[in-house]
Design a protein around this ligand. Sequence first.
Ligand SMILES: [Zn+2]
Length: 308
Amino acid sequence: MHLFNDGVKILAKKASLTNLRSFITEEKGQQFSNVVIESTAAVPLEISYPRPNLCRVSLSAELIMYPGPLVVRDGIVAEVVIKPAAAAQVELDISLEEAVQALITTVKGLPYRTVFGFSRKPLYDFYQDKEIVIDPGHGGADGGWRGPVDLWERDMAWQTAGELAAILAGYGARVVLTRGEGENPSWQQRLSKVGPATFCFVSVHHYGNTDREQRGTAVLYNPRLPGNEQLAEVVLERIINKVKTPARGIKADNELALLGEVPALKLEPVTITNWVDEGLLRNPYLHRKVALQTVLGIKQYFRAGEKL
Ligand SMILES: [Zn+2]
């Protein structure tokens, strides 16, 4: 046997885990939440589901990386914990927000990749054909609050609302916008978009204050509908967990109360008048994270209600 082949054989005997990642992919309209393990060679593994929401993988390998936890919270994968088990064994616990099972694929090469793909179909199942009214705050001549550098609340609300609309439409929801980009309808005109088929109304703003020290995230709710307070709590918790902003809390909103018993939220993802928060708004991922966590929070709240 050639020396070169010997070398490869030695590597193949003792795989080491070097990296752990998670990301969402989409192919032909099908989304997957992927957990990827990188290793120095192929890794023999066994997979089991001790609970419907827990995928456990036993790997014959060594751990030479930071063991986590990796907090994902993408609506399907909650968290990944990797820990040494018996000799030359590593245990990977993938806790799930939905009871879905993994499709395993491997990609040869260096690093060697083992991919656990979890279907994001539960999100389609929930949102398919639901009508959601999205209200981008302000518009036209009404810029809303202005950040210390140059951003306007009107434009940032438009951007966040656009992400929200795109994500919801992607899951089959029927999205209705209360305004076009250059328009500034009255509150009554905005509310008139809500009809008997409306599942939820989401108004998007960013908070502002003359005190530039103030920063953080709040979610306002419709006090006319029992339970809307908990809906706001779930959405707020999910946003701050991902965006890492301080929580300004939840608050009853009198404007939303005009909707009667329609589930309704007003988002204030950041405080645009604060330097740090205005800076966050420059990152397109901020808008995407806020939008995704809002979509997931709404589903989480209503699904929890169904199970009662
Ligand atoms: Zn506003």
